[in-house]
Design a protein around this ligand. Structure first.
Ligand SMILES: *Cc1c(COP(=O)(O)O)cnc(C)c1O
Ligand code: SF4
Length: 349
């Protein structure tokens, strides 16, 4: 068994296994995990310092998950947008393919909380065959986004086989993988895995870090292995109340990611996912945070702040407003709040 597989096996899966210093009170968390499973592997566990800290909140089940009066099970309409099981075809030219229900940790804010880590998301080999058949018959799809669960929880052999089969589809140009493993179980990224992934270029990876305390030497090493295999790395961060919803935390996170050769890609406004309402922030707060970052730090460190439209309407950028007036002159505010003028060319549009 590889080191990472042993770590996964040693994960805590029940609240009773939590060390005393990480329990906040005597709330009955068993009822929470009966609906939304718990898995905290020893690596991520040791990043937690105390109850309520930004790492604790991402990993430890909490009662508000069962008392969510606002959100819904499948806010992005993924089930309705699936022509075959576990393949979400929302945009014309790219699809989302879910290949496993397993993750190295079950994040409490997960957008696919309705099924990740549960039997509701059993993915059979025949499901995968059906998805691949669909892709052969749907040539307008030029990009596959492999997600789950976490695709890097598949074994090296199964990943290689999956990528080989996807590469055999002549109309697929780009393969993208979404994985939180560089953050939650960086030991999964081995030289061997990086070599396997590197055989299937052009392959992109978007990983998922939410807090600067997750940027450990182990994570740094994992990202380096992937980058050295020629895989461009992006990061999809979720804006989370009491985890990272302030400009200073995100500034440190995004600049730290750049040092790890990871380019911030998206900052997500929280989805309306049942059991995650206590993580949501007002969209204005995210826009204000973006205004505090844009121009003040490297543009390379600035992700696009996006809202994933309820009901599968697609991702919409939420951008601070800089334009004051559009006429013969474009009047706008710059990042310092100074009013500036740009004379238009005068050509009719
Ligand atoms: C987010 C998403 C994508 C990818 O969107 P990009 O803007 O290209 O990152 C593709 N399919 C589905 C269903 C998605 O939710
Ligand atoms: S790793 Fe991703 S898919 Fe898995 S629980 Fe966390 S957010 Fe959800």
């Amino acid at each position: 068994m590889e080191d990472w597989q042993q770590l996964l096996k040693d994960s805590l899966t029940e609240p009773a296994q939590l060390p005393a210093h990480l329990r906040r009170d005597h709330t009955p968390l068993e009822t929470v995990i009966a609906t939304f499973p718990m898995r905290i592997n020893p690596y991520y566990l040791q990043l937690i310092e105390r109850p309520g800290d930004p790492i604790w909140r991402q990993a430890i089940p909490d009662l508000p998950e069962l008392h969510d009066p606002v959100c819904i099970s499948d806010p992005l309409g993924e089930e309705d947008l699936s022509p075959v099981p576990n393949l979400v075809h929302k945009y014309p030219d790219r699809v989302l393919l879910l290949v496993t229900n397993q993750c190295a940790m079950y994040c409490r804010f997960c957008t696919r909380k309705r099924k990740v880590g549960t039997k509701k998301m059993a993915i059979s080999p025949s499901d995968l065959n059906e998805a691949i058949r669909y892709l052969h018959q749907t040539p307008q799809v030029r990009e596959i986004l492999i997600s789950g669960g976490d695709p890097l929880l598949l074994s090296d052999e199964r990943l290689d086989e999956l990528l080989t089969r996807l590469r055999e589809i002549p109309t697929i140009e780009v393969i993208r993988m979404g994985t939180r493993v560089p953050c939650t179980l960086p030991m999964r990224i081995t030289e061997k895995l990086a070599a396997i992934l590197g055989k299937h270029h052009p392959l992109y990876i978007n990983t998922h870090f939410n807090h600067p305390r997750e940027l450990t030497p182990e994570a740094f090493h994992a990202c380096g292995l992937l980058a050295n295999a020629g895989i461009p790395l992006g990061c999809q961060t979720v804006l989370l109340k009491n985890v990272n919803n302030n400009a200073e935390t995100l500034r440190q996170l995004f600049l730290g990611l750049l040092k790890m050769r990871v380019r911030p890609y998206y900052l997500f406004q929280g989805d309306l996912t049942l059991g995650t309402n206590h993580f949501r922030t007002p969209s204005n707060q995210g826009i204000s945070i973006m205004r505090q970052l844009i121009g003040h730090i490297s543009g390379m460190a600035i992700p696009t702040f996006v809202l994933d439209g309820p009901g599968g309407k697609g991702k919409i950028p939420l951008t601070p407003e800089y334009i004051l007036k559009q006429g013969d002159d474009l009047v706008f505010k710059n990042y310092l709040g100074e009013t500036c003028v740009y004379p238009e060319s005068g050509d009719a549009i």
